[in-house]
Ligand binder design. Structure first.
Ligand code: PGA
Length: 250
């Protein structure tokens, strides 16, 4: 049985004033029956983790450096995230790939480093609109999955997020059949590579314009074990019904 995961990615949004939202969210979901994760910007991680102590909500980072320490001005190591109170980190988000030129090999190294530091890792994959329109979606996802996810990992510590780039922050969502096709494909590839039992244990999140109005139908798609939510994770009014929809689906 895979534990459902509702993950919020605040991206570069939020200051100390926004931590009140976390208290409200924790109050609304004290015994959620699924895992709830918020990934705030790095400067908020420690305060967010402190705010949420004793609650059912976990805190994660949005990125980490592939190396453990050193002369890397402005970067954050996986151990620093752990020290600040994070339990998860996102790697390979398409905005990191686009804004910082991150390649699959970088994502793989970051993922390994984060796992070694004791974090759970959400590895993001996704095709561009041009790649989808050219009929290359599964090839792109297969290649990213092979190259971004390290060998020897398990579903206990690695989560895969399928986030079509053209659906992120755009209000456009793939059809349920398109989501199902990619999630089934990822599941099959994970079983091939990591064995049937382990491959079956990885949680697969969908991400890209998940909102209260479309969450339930997306969560009803087989092999969708939760969501990675951007804009709609910034307020309780939107994120809470998404969590409720996830519970309804389990
Ligand atoms: P969105 O972002 O929900 O705002 O589309 C999702 C993501 O990038 O993780």
């Amino acid at each position: 049985m895979r534990r459902k995961l509702a993950a919020g990615n605040w991206k570069m949004n939020g200051t100390g004033d926004d931590l009140a939202m976390l208290k409200d969210l924790a109050g609304a979901h004290s015994d959620p029956g699924c895992e709830i994760l918020i990934c705030p910007p790095a400067p908020l991680i420690h305060r967010a983790a402190t705010t949420l102590q004793g609650s059912a909500i976990t805190i994660g980072g949005q990125d980490c450096h592939p190396r453990t320490t050193g002369a890397h001005t402005g970067d954050t190591s996986a151990a620093m995230l752990v020290d600040a109170g994070a339990r998860y980190v996102i790697t390979g988000h398409s905005e990191r790939r686009a804004d910082h030129g991150e390649q699959d090999a970088d994502v793989r190294t970051k993922t390994t480093t984060a796992l070694e530091a004791g974090l759970q890792v959400i590895v993001c994959l996704g095709e561009s609109l041009a790649q989808r329109e050219a009929g290359n979606t599964l090839d792109v996802i297969g290649a990213q999955l092979s190259a971004s996810v390290p060998d020897g990992v398990t579903g206990k510590t690695v989560v895969i997020a399928y986030e079509p780039i053209w659906a992120i922050g755009t209000g456009k969502v793939p059809t349920l059949a398109q989501i199902g096709e990619v999630h089934d494909f990822i599941r099959a590839r994970l079983k091939d590579r990591f064995g049937a039992q382990n491959g079956q244990s990885f949680r697969l999140l969908y991400g890209g314009s998940v909102k209260p109005g479309n969450a339930a139908e997306i969560f009803a798609v087989p092999n969708v074990d939760g969501a990675l939510v951007g804009g709609a994770s910034l307020g309780v009014a939107d994120f809470s019904p998404i969590i409720a929809a996830l519970l309804g689906a389990s």
